[in-house]
Design a protein around this ligand. Structure first.
Ligand code: SAM
Length: 206
């Protein structure tokens, strides 16, 4: 899939579906909020949600007092929806429309959260770019929280073929720059009452 097709796919999703109608919908991403809280991060650290879509993760972190928050998504429509829906939050969340492989921020992050985004990368060169992006933009001692479909999960997401991973795959891919500090498998229940098995890994930047 070339870049234009990718952007068009996601723009169509966010132009035609409400958040409650997509398989990845979560009313409150409690599982990830709990994991983040266990990291005991100071409230002023920089946190990025990569491929945020319309997730309520950043809104919830904002409620908990985190105030240096960034959401990035390839879909401009998703980003514009967030700007409108979360415009009341002060200090404001920073919303950026960008392909994560092309993203070039002028700062680094203490926590990089990715739920169901990395698994869309299938070309080895793109996967390598993503790995380099995490190494470049996560500060030393910072965290990568990476959640993808597992080997027991679906083969497609949003109608697109994905790459599935087990814990060992993630450890191997990121081992040059990160050490694993936590891993789990868990099911996400979609709004259509089906289960999707995810692997989640928390990696610490060396
Ligand atoms: C399955 S959704 C998950 C959304 C969100 N992370 C959540 O958990 O609710 C995948 C999201 O990744 C975004 N996305 C896909 N490829 C991307 C890329 N290369 N760069 C940035 N965002 C991307 C899509 O627009 C979509 O919002």
């Amino acid at each position: 899939m070339n870049n234009t097709d990718k952007v068009n796919h996601w723009e169509k999703v966010y132009a035609t579906k409400s958040f409650e109608e997509v398989s990845w919908y979560q009313d409150k991403p409690s599982y990830f909020i709990d994991l983040i809280n266990k990291l005991n991060l100071p409230k002023d650290v920089a946190i990025i949600d990569v491929g945020c879509g319309e997730s309520k993760l950043l809104e919830n972190l904002h409620k908990e007092g985190f105030h240096h928050l960034t959401g990035v998504d390839i879909s401009n429509i998703a980003i514009e929806k967030n700007k409108k829906n979360f415009s009341h939050l002060q200090p404001a969340i920073e919303w950026i429309a960008s392909d994560i492989c092309l993203f070039s921020p002028n700062k680094n992050y203490k926590l990089w959260h990715d739920r169901a985004v990395f698994h869309f990368l299938r070309d080895p060169s793109e996967i390598e770019i993503y790995i380099q992006q995490t190494a470049k933009h996560i500060e030393k001692g910072g965290y990568l929280m990476l959640s993808t479909f597992s080997k027991n999960g679906p083969l497609k997401c949003s109608g697109l073929d994905i790459s599935s991973y087990n814990h060992e795959d993630i450890a191997l891919l990121f081992e040059s720059n990160f050490e694993i500090i936590y891993q789990s498998y868990h099911d996400h229940e979609t709004p259509f009452n089906t289960l999707q098995n995810f692997q989640t890994s928390i990696l610490k930047r060396k």
